[in-house]
Design a protein around this ligand. Structure first.
Ligand code: GRF
Length: 194
């Protein structure tokens, strides 16, 4: 299956997915990696000769023009699945119309808890002892789409945002790799992630 990845930052989740796709038998290939800004994460694709694009809001007249440009950029690669892995923008109606239902996001919390761009900091501030990672379908809201898979991550005494986020990202990487494989495998006996 053809997978497109969207990112905004370091792309460690994207890197994990790229590594997984190089394993024999993994049922997906990454056909393009896109970003909304200059992002180090694009390097993981470039190094492998995988096409990349940058679709920056500032390069377009307004948000709906940006949304249409992003939908067009993705459509060029005919992805079966679009994965947002650290993509820090809300996609709009054009992207949702083109890829809704096969557009997923990974979030570093157990949604619906702690949506938004500061999930790890918010979980620490709330004093929870267990948080986690979520892969969900993207809808028009902010981290509000139907949950596909979740996995718990313990908060340890002395954690700060960086140590907790890294522990969560370890789980996000494995959950994302597993969930992408399941989503692209038409297997009715698909087991759901705990
Ligand atoms: C991940 O925790 C993702 O859920 C969040 O931002 C982080 C991206 O990490 N939206 P990276 O850029 O893949 O290292």
């Amino acid at each position: 299956a053809r997978v497109a990845v969207l990112l905004s930052g370091t792309g460690s989740l994207c890197a994990a997915l790229l590594a997984a796709t190089e394993r024999p038998g993994y049922p997906a290939e990454v056909v393009v990696v896109g970003s909304d800004r200059v992002a180090d994460g694009l390097e993981h694709a470039r190094r492998r000769g995988i096409p990349t694009f940058t679709c920056a809001l500032a390069d377009h007249a307004d948000r709906s023009a940006w949304d249409r440009a992003l939908a067009d950029a993705l459509a060029r690669y005919e992805p079966d699945l679009v994965v947002s892995a650290g993509f820090m923008k809300l996609v709009g109606p054009a992207v949702l119309a083109a890829f809704g239902g096969r557009l997923v996001n990974t979030h570093p919390a157990l949604l619906p808890a702690f949506p938004g761009a500061h999930a790890v900091r918010d979980a620490l501030a709330a004093g929870v002892t267990v948080t986690g990672a979520t892969v969900h379908l993207i809808d028009a809201g902010l981290d509000t789409g139907p949950v596909i898979a979740q996995r718990e991550v313990p908060v340890r005494p002395g954690d700060d945002e960086a140590t907790l986020h890294e522990r969560i990202k370890d789980v996000e990487r494995e959950l994302l790799v597993e969930t992408v494989a399941q989503l692209v495998t038409p297997d009715s006996t698909r087991k759901t992630s705990r």
